[in-house]
Design a protein around this ligand. Structure first.
Ligand code: MTE
Ligand code: MO
Length: 410
């Protein structure tokens, strides 16, 4: 295998400041004026959103918030292939104190807590461990929150708070083995180099069970899609938890702490919890709902080549394609209905790039006169199928429904 070192350039340049000259300024005081807007038709509005190119290493993104940055991927990007380009990959942070440069020579990842030998690893130490690569969807728990009705508070994302990349790095298990996890370990907690803007506010941290941490799939990634991570996507290291919502994918990862008891920090215990019901579903106003930390993703599918409201021609052979993902496992089938879910027929699936990634699907239709709807339904390899009616919960998490695209036929 050819030697590939994503830090080669930056190591010789001591840090990344040079590369991020304008970036630093943008993160601190991103100009929030925008040259262009895009239409994002969400039930509660506003339907026009600003587009921005002001963020470091990022192309044109939908600006959801400036500080901390919340940037959404314009949906047409998902039609171009199953891997989301790094410069169009969505961005989400909780706190606005984010380093604007990282010195790759002095950077250390610490492993501490219930371990035999606490570690302080340089980037070269990390990169000397066996290398693994895996495709996986990184999806915000609140992706598609803007479609919740009744509307809930939070980032009003459309469907672009997700992306698929080839993540390259090392197994978390290998790092934990080097430290030697002691008997009695229960959780592993992760924190990055970002910090709260006010004293006393809880630092962003997430934890997973020790067995999950050692499953050999959870990884510490130093590259995505063959390049170093963009700063705002977690340079130089981030956790990748395949099949789980991205709240666990801690960015700018610098601390791994093995806990010998439950994790009672705010971000794991209180924030990011969902109703313990199928599909995380509850009724607006419902009381005494048992809540659990959000965890595995569920299957979803989208049409990518035809926007809602597109005009097509009666009698014309019309290609329809999209993407699907199985959530915590692979895609078994994607089916399409053009008669309002009365009948379904299988779409053709594209190349399998790994069970945790996007899978392209395609079919052809011949529209008849009159308006038309195209519905896409994914079933994953565990047999879990997308619901016909949308789920709802007060946090706007885990949105899922069989999506419908309306077409005008002329
Ligand atoms: N250090 C750190 N990691 C973090 C977060 C954060 O605020 N700080 N947010 C998490 C959440 S909720 C999401 S949706 C993803 C977003 O990853 P991305 O910005 O690379 O798309 O990062 C996760 N990792
Ligand atoms: Mo998120």
């Amino acid at each position: 295998m050819a030697f590939y070192d994503p830090f080669a350039r930056s190591v010789t340049r001591r840090g990344l400041l040079g590369q991020f000259g304008t970036a630093s300024a943008a993160l601190i005081s991103a100009r929030s004026w925008a040259a262009a807007t895009t239409s994002l038709p969400l039930p509660g509005g506003p339907t026009e959103r600003a587009l921005t190119k002001d963020f470091p290493e990022k192309g044109e993104m939908i600006l959801q918030r400036t500080r901390p940055p919340l940037l959404e991927t314009p949906f047409d990007i998902f039609d171009k292939g199953v891997f989301t380009p790094n410069d169009r990959f969505f961005v989400r942070w909780h706190w606005a104190v984010i380093p604007t440069d990282v010195n790759v020579d002095t950077f250390r990842l610490t492993v501490h807590g219930t371990v035999n030998a606490p570690l302080s690893l340089s980037l070269s130490d990390v990169m000397s461990l066996p290398r693994v690569q895996l495709a996986a969807v990184n999806q915000c728990s609140g992706n598609s929150r803007g479609f919740f009705q009744p509307r809930v508070a939070g980032g009003e994302w459309a469907n672009g708070a997700m992306g698929n990349a080839k993540w390259m790095g090392v197994r978390l298990k290998d790092v934990l083995d080097r430290a030697g996890v002691k008997a009695g370990a229960q959780r592993v907690r992760f924190a990055g180099q970002d910090d709260p803007v006010v004293d006393g506010a809880p630092k962003f941290m997430k934890s997973i069970d020790i067995d999950h941490a050692r499953d050999g799939e959870v990884m510490i990634a130093y590259a995505m899609n063959g390049a170093q991570l963009p700063l705002v996507n977690g340079f130089p290291l981030r956790l990748v938890v395949p099949g789980w919502y991205s709240t666990y994918w801690v960015k700018m990862l610098s601390s791994i702490e093995v806990l010998d008891g439950p994790d009672d920090n705010y971000w794991t215990k209180t924030a990011y919890t969902i109703p313990d019901t199928p599909g995380a579903n509850m009724k607006p106003g419902e009381a005494n709902v048992k809540m659990v930390p959000i965890n595995r993703m569920v299957p979803r599918s989208f049409v990518t080549n035809l926007r809602d409201g597109t005009t097509v021609h009666a009698g014309a052979d019309t290609p329809v394609r999209g993407i699907a993902f199985g959530g915590s496992t692979g895609v078994k089938t994607v089916e399409v209905s053009t008669d309002g879910a009365m009948s379904w027929r299988p779409a053709e699936l594209g190349a399998d790039e790994g069970k945790y990634g996007f899978r392209q699907w395609s079919t052809r239709l011949t529209p008849a006169a009159g308006d038309m709807t195209v519905m896409a339904r994914c079933t994953n390899t565990d047999g879990l199928v997308q619901p016909a009616t949308p789920n709802w919960n007060s946090s706007g998490f885990m949105r899922n429904v069989i999506e419908t695209t309306h077409l005008r036929v002329i």
